[in-house]
Each structure stands twice: as C-alpha cells, then as structure tokens.
Ligand binder design. Structure first.
Ligand code: DI6
Ligand code: FE
Length: 388
C-alpha cells in the first residue's frame, strides 16, 4: 500500500481505515490504533493500493474523429500545416457544434469511463471546441454531467482561447468578445473552476492571453495555460506572472521560465501523450524543473488531435522513457502533484487521514510495476468516495 513512508511512500502490510467516504487513518497494520478495530475488514490479499489517479489535463468532451490527421502527419504534414488548412481544432469544432447535448455526452462518456477503468477518480475537462458562446457553455454543462454519470469527480476549465472562431477575422476583437460575453456567462452559471488558453505562435499571443486571464481572475476563476508546446513564446513566464495554478506542456520553456514557475508556486503539467503522438523531439526541461523545485504533474491530454489517450498507466511509462522521469516521479505526477495542479491537494492525491477515500487496488506487489509495464491494466478495483 502506498501512503507516507520511504520510497514511493510505500508501506508494506498497510491498512486504510475508511469512514463516510473519507480516509480516517492510514499506516502499517501493526500500528493500527485499537479504537479502529471492529469495523468491516476487506483484505486485499497482498495487492497494492495507490491513491485514485488525478488527470489534471483532458479535452475529453468532443464529437467526431481525427484519425485522418494521424495519417496525414505520417505522410509528412505537420500539426501546424493541418491547422492552417482548416483541419485540426477547427475540424473538432465543426463536429462538436453539430452534436446535440445528448450526442456529445454519449460520445464523451466512454472516454471518461475508460479513464476511470484505468484508475482515474478525478479528472479535469476543458471546453474549447465550441468557440462560440452557446457551444462553449454546452460543452461545460456536458462535462459537469459526466461526473455523476461516470462516478468520478470532474473539474471543468473554460478553454476560452483555443482557436480563433472562423466567424471572426480579428483575434483581438474575438478576445474582447470572449472577455465581455462568454466569461461572465461561464462565471454566472458557475460552469468552470478555471480558465485556460492556448498561447502559441499558431494560436493566441501573450498579450491576448494576459487580457483574458485578467478578466478570469476578476471573476474568481483559477488560471491554467497551454504554454510553450511548439515554440518558446514566454508562456511559462506569463503563467507565473498571472499566478497560474498550472502551466502545461512546457516542451520549449527556458530556464528563466522554469525559475519563474518555481517562484510563483505554479505546477508543471507534462503531457507525454502529445509528445509521443506528434513525434516531437524537444522534451520539457525536466532537469531544470527538478533543480528549481517545480512540482511535476502528468496528464493524458486526452483529445482527438494530439493525444487520443485514456491511459494514465501508458502516460507514466511514456514520461519515463521519453522525458526521463523516474517511476516514482511519474506516480507522484498522477497523484499528489496532479491534485495540486487542480488546487485539490487538501482533498485528494494521497492516502492519509482527512483525504477522500479515492483509491485503486492493483494486482501488483509494488507500484513501480504500474509504470514499468506497457499495455496492461492490473486494476482490480477502483474505489471512489469509499465505494467500489
Ligand atoms: N493543445 C493541445 O494539446 C490540444 N489543444 C491545445 O491547445 C490539442 C487540441 C487538438 O488538436 O484538438
Ligand atoms: Fe491540451
């Protein structure tokens, strides 16, 4: 069982005490206080227990498929080429706008269920495939509905600056519209916990992103950023300056950017699925993140274009093989640090008294085996709020 302790926080022969959906005690079985004896006992038979995984970065709500783009890229087209030709994000926008709420939920629920089957008990879901006000609000409502439908905790993020809506020719005017029209509606209906933007050479500038973030913070929303994925455009620095909860991707972030993330207490969310799927060559600055003490989280980035991935287990393996994380860092990336990336570190992400009883029972003897294998899922049971 993994709780606090030595490497991995691994506790051999551990015990969890659960009451009313909360962990009330965790530690070695031999140290269990006698006051906790007498309840129902579930013996997991030498299996390993980890916190329920927290996926802090997904775009799991969308309609349609983009497998054709995988083929185009294999034949030499780049992600940016496809986007400029009207594919990419805009292809998913067309399919998502055309879907009814029921169709959108029906297309998205299997992805969330697959994440859960792979150990996820909390996930973040972004909007961003609507671009217009109505579809963005619909996406967020559908995302919220998937929590009870799949029996997981969902945090929603309004990805207000993802791509320029083709109905607008001027990006600055579109940003004005997003800030004046959509953001207040999202806040009024309490549809999002945070906002996000794609700050990139092919998307929005740091100035436009800063303006959007200012509006979001004034409404009490947390801030996250897709930063420096394809180019170093000062995304990490901007995220830090805006007090972002997390800065995500970071493949091209400079050491100065890393230093600013550290000073701001911003979590780095690395997304190895996108790196793998786009066959990228520049990995995020893991050594600098470690040296400056930036907490490293991992996400699946589950999305139709750059990371159609629903397995945190595979993402952890990728993070080790492609980014050089240790298996222990990878597990921490989908638990403790992912909870911090969502501002939920007081509630979830570790197995200790006072946290939600969200955990996974795995048919392995040690958590390192979860990272070291490829394509397996040894999950024996996913427990959410104390219930399997
Ligand atoms: N970065 C991503 O990883 C996704 N969005 C973004 O801003 C990819 C979106 C897509 O290609 O559909
Ligand atoms: Fe993303």
């Amino acid at each position: 069982m993994a709780a606090s302790g030595g490497a991995y926080g691994f506790v051999d022969d551990g015990t969890l005490v659960v009451e009313n959906g909360l962990i009330v005690w965790a530690g070695p079985r031999t140290a269990l206080p006698s006051s906790f004896e007498g309840g129902t006992v579930h013996d997991v038979g030498g299996r390993c227990i980890t916190p329920g995984f927290v996926d802090p970065h997904t775009h799991a709500v969308y309609a349609g498929s983009r497998s054709n783009e995988f083929e185009l890229r294999l034949r030499g087209a780049t992600y940016a080429d496809i986007a400029r030709a009207g594919g990419g994000i805009l292809a998913t926008v067309r399919a998502t706008r055309a879907a009814s709420d029921g169709e959108l939920a029906g297309a998205s629920l299997p992805r969330v269920a697959a994440l859960r089957a792979n150990g996820v008990t909390t996930l973040e879901i972004k909007s961003g495939y609507g671009l217009d006000r109505e579809t963005e609000l619909r996406m967020l409502r559908v995302a919220r509905s998937l929590g009870p439908a799949a029996n997981v905790r969902v945090r929603t993020t309004y990805l207000g600056l993802h791509a320029l809506d083709p109905a607008w020719s001027d990006a600055d005017a579109y940003v004005d519209f997003v800030c004046a029209d959509v953001l207040p509606a999202v806040a009024a209906e309490r549809l999002a916990d945070a906002v996000d933007a794609f700050c990139e050479s092919i998307a929005f500038t740091t100035e436009q992103t800063a303006r959007f973030f200012e509006g979001a913070r004034a409404l009490g929303l947390a801030v996250k950023l897709h930063a420096d994925q394809l180019t170093d455009c000062g995304g990490a620095e901007l995220a830090a300056r805006c007090g972002a909860q997390s800065a995500d991707h970071l493949e091209r972030t400079s050491e100065d950017g890393v230093r600013e993330l550290a000073d701001a207490g911003t979590v780095a969310v690395l997304l190895p699925g996108a790196f793998y799927y786009l066959r990228e060559s520049v990995a995020p600055p893991v050594a600098a993140l470690r040296a400056h003490g930036v907490p490293i989280a991992l996400g699946t980035d589950c999305n139709p274009g750059t990371s159609p991935l629903v397995s945190p287990l595979l993402a952890m393996n990728f993070a080790c093989t492609l980014f050089g994380l240790t298996p222990e860092e990878a597990l921490c990336g989908f638990t403790r640090n992912a909870a911090r990336a969502l501002g939920l570190h007081g509630e979830i992400g570790t197995l200790e008294a006072g946290r939600k009883a969200d955990f996974v029972i795995w048919d392995v003897e040690h958590p390192s085996a979860l990272v070291a294998t490829i394509g397996t899922n040894p999950g024996a049971a996913v427990v959410f709020g104390g219930r399997a």
